[in-house]
Every structure is written in structure tokens, then in C-alpha cells.
Design a protein around this ligand. Structure first.
Ligand code: 6PG
Length: 244
């Protein structure tokens, strides 16, 4: 089996700021391709450090925001005024600045139970994509120090969910505990799975995932079947990779 590192497109920048710039240039290139082909760019965003990277760089770019349809790869199931709500973090630092139409951002409904919220979000995605097997143009992913991505954590039964597009978790090892998340089959059925991981603190896990392809770690399992895999990193996160 070829290593994931050889299958992935590696983009290694000098530092996190350069990585954010390279990532956003790539996102715009792919968004323009998707808009030209389908009229829209349908993208899933993760939380964490990605919020800062995208919010710092994307407002500087010339983007047809009315052609973007934004979903969340995962979302903490908390009220919108909660400091950990990924939608609100993006809304304050990005959406409110670029004037993306509100109807183009598909957010969680925290007034429901987490079970109901997952069901609602799955229905929303199926309706928007007009199919029961939606294929995102791009999923923007982070990787935690434990190798999780979205809200798919190591040794968690959620990793094996195959009959759902969106699932819920009530015992997330990364707080807050209740979240909704895209499932692995959706991550594998997208045109571009794009990880962004920066900082020395990620280098051991980056090696485990990309070089050792240790499938205990969810991020190692993300290799789109008919799509492309991209890893945007700074030198710190890529520090233990050989022959790069
Ligand atoms: O909402 C979340 O918590 C994220 O979606 C989560 O999956 C994140 O992407 C990773 O934890 C990496 O986060 P960092 O990039 O901040 O390390």
C-alpha cells in the first residue's frame, strides 16, 4: 500500500501565516473551478485554528461570495452566543465582514437535541445537494493532537458509522462534549479533502498519519476515493516527515 504521504498533495510553508495564505489561494483556485462548472462552490468548514486562518486571509481576496454555500464539517452543539460555537466564531470574524448572503450559510440548530440536530443537518445537506449521496467540492479539515478530525475521535464507534451523512456525539474528548459531525463516508466522497495543520505540536501526529498511515487515527483514514487529498502545513508540523 503506497503511503498516504505519497498519495497526498503536500503544501509546506515556512510558517503558519504563509500556510494560511497558501491555503486560501488554493481554496480560491478550486472555488473558481467549482463555480465555473456547477455555478456554486459547496464547502465544509472545520473549527479550531482554521477559523483564524480563513478569517485573516479570505477577506483580502476577490471572491464571489454569493456563489459560495458554506456548511460545517462539525459543529459544537451549543447556543450561538456560546464562545465555542464555530458558526458564531466564523460569523463574527469572516461572514459579517464579507457580506455572504445568510441563506448561503447552513448552520446547526442548537435549540434541538443533539440527536435531532444531526438528523436536521443531514436532511439540510441532502436537500441542498438534491441527492442522498452528497459530494462536497471541498472539505476543510483540521487534525487534533490525538489524530481526530471533524468530531471523529480515535477508538470511537462514530468512526464506523456508514449509513449516516451527519452523526452526533455526546462524549467528545475535545470539549464541548455534544457535537454534530460529518461521517467518514462523506469525507471520503468529496472532490478535495484539505487538511490544515500547523505548529510543532502536530509533528508527531502528522508523521503517524502521513508517513506511518496509522489507521487508529481518524485523520489517516481520510483519502477521498475519487477526489484529491491536500495537506497544508508549516515547517513545524512537517518537521518529522522524511524526504520532503
Ligand atoms: O470544531 C472543532 O473542534 C474542529 O472541527 C476540530 O476537529 C479541529 O479541526 C481539530 O480539533 C483541530 O483543531 P486545531 O487546528 O485548532 O488544532
Amino acid at each position: 500500500m503506497s503511503s498516504l504521504k505519497s498519495a497526498a498533495n503536500l503544501h509546506i510553508s515556512a510558517n503558519a501565516s504563509a500556510c494560511a495564505g497558501d491555503l486560501c489561494n488554493f481554496i480560491i483556485e478550486k472555488s473558481n473551478e467549482a463555480i465555473k462548472k456547477n455555478g456554486f462552490f459547496r464547502v465544509g468548514l472545520s473549527g479550531g485554528s482554521l477559523v483564524k486562518f480563513l478569517s485573516e486571509e479570505l477577506p483580502k481576496k476577490n471572491i464571489e461570495w454569493s456563489k459560495w454555500k458554506i456548511f460545517f464539517c462539525d459543529e459544537r452543539h451549543v447556543p450561538e452566543d456560546h464562545p465555542e460555537c464555530t458558526f458564531t466564531l466564523y460569523d463574527k470574524s469572516l461572514f459579517s465582514k464579507v457580506g455572504i448572503p445568510k441563506e448561503n450559510v447552513f448552520k446547526n440548530d442548537s435549540n434541538l437535541t443533539v440527536e435531532q440536530a444531526a438528523e436536521r443537518y443531514e436532511k439540510l445537506i441532502k436537500e441542498e445537494f438534491e441527492t442522498d449521496s452528497p459530494r462536497f467540492d471541498m472539505l476543510l479539515l483540521g487534525m487534533g493532537p490525538d489524530g481526530h478530525t471533524c468530531s471523529l475521535f480515535p477508538n470511537h464507534q462514530l468512526l464506523n458509522v456508514k449509513d449516516k451523512i451527519v452523526a452526533f456525539i455526546k462524549d467528545s474528548p475535545k470539549p464541548p462534549p455534544e457535537r454534530i459531525t460529518l461521517t467518514m463516508p462523506i469525507l471520503l466522497n468529496c472532490d478535495n479533502a484539505v487538511f490544515c495543520s500547523c505548529g510543532d505540536g502536530k509533528k508527531e501526529m502528522v508523521k503517524e498519519v502521513l508517513e506511518n498511515q496509522n489507521m487508529d487515527f481518524p485523520a489517516a483514514r481520510v483519502q477521498p476515493v475519487k477526489g484529491s487529498l491536500h495537506w497544508f502545513m508549516d515547517k513545524g508540523a512537517a518537521g518529522l516527515l522524511s524526504n520532503i
